[in-house]
Design a protein around this ligand. Sequence first.
Ligand code: CU
Length: 120
Amino acid sequence: MNLLIINIAGLAVIALIIYWFWIYKPKDVQAKDQDTITIMVEDGVYQPSRISVPADTEISLEFKRKDETPCAEMVIFPELYISESLPINKAKIIKLKKLEKGNYQFHCQMQMYKGELHVE
Ligand SMILES: [Cu+2]
């Protein structure tokens, strides 16, 4: 009987891990034209990391880096040819031009921090 409970508890933990790493996706933050979206750079994640942007609008991203490790230093948007360094504890605003529909990744130089723009 006790063994059964332990097995069920074990399965529940495995299910939770699978959910967290493979299924869970944070919700998109919805941006509209001329918005500035603030993104915190802290503890290995961009917060928010997923941003929906309507096509043909201009938004700005304001990065606030709290993480002092070199890992967080750069933010790179490979498809947009943007690569910027982020000062610590100081806002860095990146103005984006109008984008066509599609998904655009952004990440740190090691790709540990990851985010995505969804232009729709
Ligand atoms: Cu990194």
